[in-house]
Ligand binder design. Structure first.
Ligand code: DQB
Ligand code: GRF
Length: 203
């Protein structure tokens, strides 16, 4: 399966997906053939280029509307024959029109144990809530932000004195394990999104 990864920043999750899919011994069913960033000069673009993966920068501020930006991204994904989209630190909300075209074929990784702590500041919300366990969630992308069907989760402890940064760093260590596994499940068709919006396991 050809995979397109959408990023906005450092790309450590992108790097984990690259390391997994480009490792011949993994016999991965996924091949990352395109990386799209909505921001220029981010570390994720360099990571892709070092791995020999084509990169595109599509700046959202250059489009009149969210709809036009999404259409430009969709056009490139189709042009490159992408089968599966992975959001990896992509920080733009996607319109329902775009999401509908990728239903069951688009994943996201979120730095909390959903449905807790949805939104752009998950680690901060977890610390403020005083939870003792947090983690990451990989889910199908639905129109409702961070509301799509859950595919995989990994947990980490939250320590007293943790800051957003120390917790984010600890969560990332398990993100880099969980995301490649989730992508492999979808790319090898061991899971799919059912018509009722629930996960179907094809075993
Ligand atoms: N429709 C849909 N689209 C998404 C886009 C990105 C992410 C990644 N997680 C994200 C979760 C929240 C945000 C957010 O609130 N950003 C500040 C507003 C930025 C903007 O104006 O766009 C971004 C990404 C998940 C989703 C999703 O679950 N559903
Ligand atoms: N989607 C969230 O945004 C961050 C992206 O980090 P990176 O993959 O760009 O390093 C990660 O914490 C991920 O959970």
């Amino acid at each position: 399966k050809k995979v397109g990864v959408l990023i906005s920043g450092s790309g450590t999750n992108l790097q984990a997906l690259i390391d997994h899919t480009q490792n011949k011994s993994h016999n991965s069913a996924a091949e990352i053939t395109l990386v799209v960033s909505n921001k220029a000069d981010v570390a994720g673009l360099t990571r892709a280029q070092r791995a020999g993966i084509k990169t595109l920068v599509i700046k959202h501020e250059e489009y009149k509307s969210r709809k036009d930006f999404d259409a430009a991204v969709h056009e490139q994904l189709v042009l490159h024959g992408i089968d599966i989209v992975c959001l990896a630190g992509f920080m733009r909300i996607l319109t329902g029109e775009f999401v509908d075209k990728w239903t069951g074929r688009m994943l996201n990784i979120h730095p909390s144990l959903l449905p807790s702590f949805k939104g752009a500041h998950a680690q901060k919300l977890a610390i403020e809530a005083g939870v003792r366990i947090s983690g990451c969630s990989i889910h199908f992308v639905s129109e409702e932000v961070d509301g799509g069907a859950l595919i995989a989760q990994e947990s980490v402890p939250v320590y007293p004195g943790d800051t957003e940064a120390t917790l984010a760093e600890r969560i990332k260590t398990v993100e880099h394990i969980a995301y490649p596994k989730a992508l492999e499940l979808l790319a090898s068709e061991r899971i799919q999104l059912g018509t009722d919006g629930k996960i179907v396991w094809n075993w």
